[in-house]
Design a protein around this ligand. Structure first.
Ligand code: UD1
Length: 345
C-alpha cells in the first residue's frame, strides 16, 4: 500500500508529523511538498525538528495570486502522481495546497483522504473556506477532528464518507508533554505571545494599521512573531510594526512554540493552530477574527473572539474560568485511525 501525503504550508508540516511516524510502521508513505511555503523558517525547521522524512518531490509553486499558485501546484502534482502511482493520497487542512492536492488526485481517480474535514467558519470571504468545502466534497474519506465538524459534514450530506478521528495537533502536543512546563499566571513572564497572518487582517492597509495600533497600546508587552505575509504587507503599505508595546520576533519552531507559550500570560492570534495549542495548554487566548472553526475552545472563556482588539486595554489574560478538561479532540490516536481507515478503504 503506497500512500502519498501532499503538504505545502507550516501547519500542514505539523499535522503531517504524527502521520509520517505512524506510517513508517504500517505502509509505504511518501511526501510531496507543493512549495507554497518556501522560507526555511516556515519549512525546513519543521522537517528537521519533527523528524519528518524529506519530501520525495518538491514543486516550486511559490507565492502569487490564489489562481496562479493553485494552478502551478495542480500541474506539478499531476506529473508527480503519474510517476509515483500511489494507492491513496492524504491532504491536510484548508490551504491552496489542500485544494490542489485533493482536486488533482480526485481527477486521477485516486482515493483521497481529507484530514481536518468538516471545519467551517461560514465566512465565504476567507480563501480557506472554499478550499475546505471543495476538498470535503471531492475527497473520498473525510477525517473530522471534532463532533462539531461531523455535524457540519452531516448538514452537507457527507456523513456516509465521514469518520470522527480526533485532532492530529492534540496527538502531537501530547507527545511533547514532558518538555512543557506549566506555570501559574503569577509566575509567568508578563508578556503576550502574538501572531497575525490571515489575509482578512493583513491585506487592507486600514485593517492592518488598526490592528498594529491596538496591539501597540496593550497593557503587557506584545512579542509579535512576524509571519512573512505580515512582513510583506506591512512593507508594502508602509506600516511600522515596531510601535509602542510591540516587540518584533522571527517565527519560531513547533517545539519552541509549545514549550514557550506556557511562559506567556496570554496569546493573541488569528491562527487556528495556535488557538488550539493555547487551549490545550490553558493559556488565555484572544482570537483576532469574527469567527473560529474551533468553537470548543470558548469553554470557560479560555478563547474569546476579539476582531477589533477591544479587550487589549483590559487585563483580559487574568484567569478566565476553571481550566477545562480537554475531551473534545480525541484520545491521541488520530494518526492510527486515519491510516487504518484509509488502508481499509
Ligand atoms: C497560508 C494558508 C493559510 C494558513 C497559512 C499558514 C492559503 C490560502 N492560506 O497562508 O490558510 O493559515 O498558510 O501559515 O493557502 N511568503 C513568504 N515566504 C514563504 C511563504 C509566503 O515570504 O515561504 C509571503 C509571500 O509574500 C506571500 C505571502 O507570504 O505572498 C502569503 O503566502 P501564502 O502561501 O499565499 O499564504 P499564507 O498567508 O502563508
Amino acid at each position: 500500500m503506497k500512500i502519498v501525503s501532499i503538504v505545502g504550508t507550516r501547519p500542514q508540516f505539523i499535522k503531517l508529523a504524527p502521520i509520517a511516524w505512524r506510517a513508517k510502521e504500517i505502509c509505504e508513505h511518501l511526501i510531496v511538498h507543493t512549495g507554497q511555503h518556501y522560507d526555511p523558517l516556515l519549512r525546513d525547521v519543521f522537517f528537521s525538528e519533527l523528524n519528518i522524512p524529506n519530501p520525495v518531490e518538491n514543486i516550486i509553486s511559490g507565492s502569487g495570486t490564489h489562481s496562479e499558485q493553485t494552478a502551478r501546484m495542480l500541474i506539478g502534482i499531476e506529473k508527480i502522481l503519474v510517476r509515483l502511482k500511489p494507492d491513496k493520497v492524504i491532504v491536510y487542512g484548508d490551504s491552496n495546497s489542500t485544494l490542489a492536492g485533493a482536486l488533482c488526485a480526485s481527477k486521477m481517480n485516486i482515493t483521497v483522504g481529507h484530514v481536518e474535514a468538516g471545519l467551517r467558519s461560514f465566512n465565504q470571504n476567507m480563501p480557506e473556506e472554499s478550499n475546505r468545502i471543495i476538498s470535503d466534497h471531492i475527497s473520498n474519506v473525510l477525517f473530522a477532528p471534532t463532533a462539531k465538524a461531523m455535524t457540519n459534514l452531516e448538514r452537507e450530506g457527507l456523513t456516509n464518507k465521514s469518520l470522527m478521528v480526533g485532532d492530529l495537533m492534540f496527538e502531537l502536543l501530547n507527545k511533547f508533554d514532558s518538555k512543557i512546563t506549566r506555570l501559574e499566571q503569577e509566575n509567568k513572564n508578563g508578556k503576550i505571545f502574538c501572531t497575525i497572518h490571515r489575509a482578512e487582517n493583513t491585506d487592507s492597509p486600514e485593517k492592518l494599521s488598526y490592528i498594529i495600533n491596538r496591539l501597540s497600546k496593550s497593557n503587557l508587552q506584545i512579542d509579535l512573531f512576524v509571519h512573512p505575509r505580515l512582513l510583506a504587507r506591512s512593507k508594502l503599505f508602509g506600516i511600522d510594526l515596531n510601535q509602542g508595546k510591540i516587540n518584533l520576533k522571527d517565527p519560531i519552531s513547533y517545539v519552541d512554540t509549545i514549550t514557550t507559550i506556557t511562559k506567556y500570560n496570554g496569546v493573541i492570534t488569528d491562527s487556528g493552530g495556535l488557538q488550539k495549542e493555547a487551549y490545550f495548554l490553558s493559556v488565555p487566548c484572544l482570537t483576532v477574527r469574527n469567527e473560529t472553526e474551533w468553537p470548543e475552545t470558548f469553554k470557560n472563556n479560555w478563547n474569546r473572539l476579539d476582531p477589533g482588539l477591544a479587550y487589549i486595554l483590559e487585563n483580559w489574560w487574568e484567569l478566565p474560568g476553571e481550566k477545562p478538561s480537554i475531551s473534545e479532540y480525541g484520545n491521541g490516536d488520530t494518526s492510527s485511525k486515519i491510516l487504518e481507515a484509509l488502508i481499509k478503504k
